[in-house]
Design a binder for this molecule. Structure first.
Ligand code: 15L
Length: 264
């Protein structure tokens, strides 16, 4: 994979900008894109072009020659089905078609919201049934199945990272379970590129948190072990919870309550 350009979609987003800076500093040849203009100066060795992921031609053109696609573009919050449909469902399909043409590996960021309707007491393994907590989580479940289809049918390799919360530090009690440090996250992306083969692997994207909701994934296969942990931040956020019992009941937290109508 090493000398071919790396396409990073969603480069202006929260995770995109972290990766753009950190991977450029590691000397990666980055091809950045986003729907929005870049809110920071172009990192060394990177190029940038504004495209809409719904424009299949543009996605194919931009992916030309790339060996790895980090697909962080699209909607990242709970929104209407129509909003999610274009960016996340169509957009991810265009990415996978481009990966197939370029014989590129894909890193697909799935999310805690693909399993957000499990209660917080549940401990999940990688092959648990997905329980999305809204249209955004559903688009992540779709992305995982899209990746599976392109692996089984076309041998397109993917790492599906079920990301918890990529934040500089823990901000409430729930995030003690879902937190992944910037350093652990960047090291994970490095392993996604460096691993000899990844097939179609699922990784729980969290640091080594003793309050984790998750266990068992493909980390040994890709050679990643988180080094950080939320544990030493527990005291600082103790008691930081919302007043909403639905938010506090489920792994997905506040995304769950958008249009929630169960009464039991
Ligand atoms: C996500 O999938 C979101 O994109 C992010 O903004 C956070 O809300 C995160 O999940 C989370 O639930 O902590």
């Amino acid at each position: 994979l090493s000398d071919r350009p790396v396409l990073l979609t969603g480069a202006a987003g929260t995770i995109g900008r972290l990766l753009a800076h950190r991977l450029a500093a590691l000397g990666w040849p980055l091809r950045l894109t986003d729907l929005a203009p870049l809110p920071f100066p172009l990192p060394p060795g990177a190029t940038f072009e504004t495209i809409d992921l719904q424009d299949q031609e543009a996605v194919h053109r931009l992916a030309e020659g790339c060996g790895l696609i980090l697909h962080f573009g699209g909607v990242s919050t709970e929104q209407s089905f129509e909003a999610v449909l274009g960016a996340n469902l169509r957009g991810s399909y265009h990415i996978y078609e481009a990966a197939r043409r370029q014989k590129a590996r894909v890193v697909f960021p799935s999310s805690v919201h693909a399993v957000g309707l499990y209660e917080r007491s549940a401990i999940l393994d990688q092959d648990c049934p997905l329980r999305p907590d809204g249209y955004y989580g559903l688009s992540k479940a779709y992305g995982e199945m899209l990746a599976r289809l392109y692996w089984d049918k076309h041998a397109v390799e993917s790492v599906l990272i079920r990301i918890g919360s990529v934040l500089p530090e823990v901000s409430d009690e729930r995030i003690l379970s879902t937190w992944i440090s910037h350093d652990d996250f960047v090291r994970l992306i490095q392993r996604c590129a460096a691993a000899e083969r990844v097939d179609c692997s699922v990784i729980w994207g969290a640091s080594n948190n003793s309050r984790s909701f998750w266990r068992h994934d493909a980390r040994a296969k890709i050679g990643w072990m988180p080094r950080d942990s939320s544990d030493d931040q527990a005291e600082r956020v103790a008691g930081k919870v919302t007043a909403d019992p639905v938010v506090e009941r489920y792994q997905g937290g506040k995304f769950v309550v958008v249009d929630y109508s169960r009464t039991d």
